[in-house]
Design a protein around this ligand. Structure first.
Ligand code: FES
Length: 62
């Protein structure tokens, strides 16, 4: 995973930031949003953040 890839340009939230939030306990888009601020601006990244959150959670379960 390219951790440096920016998912939310509004707050400069990267893939790594989202993965870290999940690593430290976030288990939903809402919590990821709270912890990273991704999606709190224009909202354009919402879909991407949701998808990434889902993927990360699934990977953690394995
Ligand atoms: S790109 Fe994430 S809130 Fe604007």
């Amino acid at each position: 995973m390219n951790r440096k890839k920016v998912i939310c340009p509004c707050y400069h939230v990267t893939k790594g930031d989202i993965a870290d939030a999940i690593e430290s306990g976030a288990d939903s888009y809402k919590q990821v949003k709270k912890m990273t601020r991704a999606g709190k601006g224009c909202g354009k990244c919402k879909k991407k953040v949701k998808k990434l959150t889902k993927n990360c959670l699934q990977n953690n379960k394995r």
